[in-house]
Write a protein that binds this ligand. Structure first.
Ligand code: GDP
Length: 509
């Protein structure tokens, strides 16, 4: 087994309240990374309290930032990338999913597939990210298991394959039946948790036995190939709160989830076995500590063995930087990385030289593709309360767009800058961070535009377009031309009139 084959880099996708935090906690406990349940949230709260802008998180009880947690079990290194779980999601969430090889989809047994589950699932599907399903909260009264299975199959157009099945739910919950081994894990003690009691050769009541038989016979058999291609999802039932099915879930990731996948680049597919160290930045977090203007760029290692002190060239910079104090994210604390393998995430402290979408490589000869900017769905004009603060505002907007909190558009005509986001919450984060970190008070007003499209074409085609549409032209942070459209109709109208121009809803870097 080569060194990266034992890496599993994954994320949990779910609708708020389905139990992602509870499950994360239990996964880390099983991995021996933390020793007290409750620590994930407590630690989170303590960390959040340190930074002003994160007050939003506390008020809403949500986690805006995503982080990385690494734990080990039976020789496998698991890298769990946390995706922000609020309903209103940002580009951050999408981008994090570009850095994983597989995902766990957590579903509340009483609710089934919810809107957020579905959206995140679609992002995974775009990239053929394989998914293991965990139907949570079976210790409580939920919907019928067959119903839930059918819903996953129908709504997501996936083959489903049950791997376990609850023996009763809610008040009559008796345990989880492993459909492969026929063992039943049973609740113990007054809190009816799973503490390790597993029965073999149990005689199930006829009714239950019939149900198991139906479950076993009524669905396609598990196929590793179909799962890895993203066409089939193995389904586990359990209770994160009571610890049922969590060990089985870890085993499933270890056994079935893919090791680090090759990544597409302009130079062809880069295999993890390639000698050269390469990786890409999928997230930048600025001002983690408001007292220091530090930034951490999160790099997913694609190939090679990274060693501390190594010189890597960021594609956006063109000259090498020495990575002296990279950070690995073990669940307890940040740790300084001495080395990292493909699939691992390292944090690279920097002062703004590293940007989302950058490729880093030893020989500066690779450019990864497929890390898009998404067309914003909400556009707002930024209005300063104190007009003398223009410079500070520009700096702040540039910084925050670099971080992926917002996108910024500078119109060719006029001085009113426009910000774009994919979710409402990002606007609140923007206002709050402008005040806390840049001492800039600003208001957001409706913009006369509905959407934006990146323009690509020959200079001549761009010029013709600009001559007629100066009022609707802007530049993004990189100076690339963007068409600010009043409506979707406006987009198709201009598209028809300018066949030589591409109007793109995403911007690939
Ligand atoms: P998140 O928003 O997805 O991170 O959800 P949380 O992990 O914060 O859980 C939401 C609520 O559901 C909390 O009150 C949890 O205690 C509860 N919960 C999570 N897992 C289970 C479970 O397996 N059974 C029951 N009964 N409650 C659960």
């Amino acid at each position: 087994m080569s060194s990266h084959d034992n890496r599993r880099t994954f994320a949990i996708i779910s609708h708020p309240d389905a139990g992602k935090t509870t499950l994360t906690e239990k996964l880390l406990l099983q991995g021996g990374a933390i020793h007290l349940a409750g620590q994930v949230k407590a630690r989170g709260a303590a960390r959040r309290a340190r930074s002003d802008w994160m007050k939003i998180e506390q008020q809403r009880g949500i986690s805006v930032t995503s982080s990385v947690m690494t734990f080990e079990r039976q020789g496998i290194t698991f890298n769990l990338l946390d995706t922000p779980g609020h309903e209103d999601f940002s580009e951050d969430t999408y981008r994090t999913l570009t850095a994983v090889d597989s995902a766990i989809m957590v579903i509340d047994a009483a609710k089934g597939i919810e809107p957020q589950t579905r959206k995140l699932f679609e992002v995974c599907r775009l990239r053929s990210v394989p998914i293991i399903t965990f139907i949570n909260k079976v210790d409580r009264e939920g919907r019928a298991c067959f119903d839930l299975m059918d819903e996953v199959a129908d709504m997501l157009a996936l083959d489903v394959c049950p791997m376990s099945w609850p023996v009763g739910m809610g008040g009559v919950f008796e345990g989880i039946y492993d459909l492969e081994t026929g063992k039943v894990s049973r609740p113990e003690g007054p809190s009816r948790e799973f503490l390790g009691k597993v029965d073999q050769d149990v005689t199930l009541p006829t009714e239950v036995a019939d149900e198991m038989e139906l479950a076993q016979g009524g669905y396609p058999e598990f196929s590793l190939e179909d799962y890895r291609a993203g066409n089939l999802t193995p389904v586990y039932f359990g209770s994160a709160l009571k610890n049922f099915g969590v060990a089985e879930l870890i085993d499933a990731i270890a056994r079935y989830a893919p090791p680090p996948r090759p990544q597409p680049s302009e130079q062809g597919t880069i295999e993890p076995s390639k000698d050269e160290v390469t990786g890409f930045i999928f997230k930048v977090q600025a001002n983690m500590d408001p007292m220091h203007r530090d930034r951490i760029a999160f790099m997913r290692l694609v190939s090679g063995t990274f060693k501390r002190g190594m010189k890597l060239t960021p594609s956006g910079l063109g000259k090498p930087i020495a990575v002296h104090s990279p950070i690995l994210f073990f669940a307890q604390d940040r740790e300084i990385a001495d080395s990292a393998e493909p699939g691992d995430i390292i944090g690279i402290p920097n002062h703004g030289t590293l940007r989302v979408g950058d490729t880093l490589s030893e020989r500066n000869d690779v450019r990864f593709t497929g890390l898009p900017n998404f067309a914003p769905e909400i556009l707002r004009r930024v209005q300063l309360k104190d007009p003398t603060k223009t410079k500070q505002l520009r700096k702040a907007l540039d910084d925050l767009s670099e971080e992926g909190v917002i996108q910024v558009f500078y119109p060719e005509i006029g001085s009113q800058w426009i910000v774009g986001v994919v979710g409402q919450l990002q606007l609140e984060v923007l206002i709050s961070r402008l005040e806390a970190e840049y001492k800039v008070e600003a208001m957001l007003e409706p913009a006369p535009f509905d959407t934006a499209r990146w323009l690509k074409g020959t200079d001549a085609a761009l010029k013709t377009f600009a001559d007629f549409n100066k009022m609707n032209l802007a530049r993004d942070r990189d100076g690339d031309p963007v068409f600010m459209a009043r409506s979707a109709w406006d987009v198709s109208y201009q598209q028809e009139r300018n066949p030589d121009l591409a109007f793109s809803a995403t911007k690939e870097r």
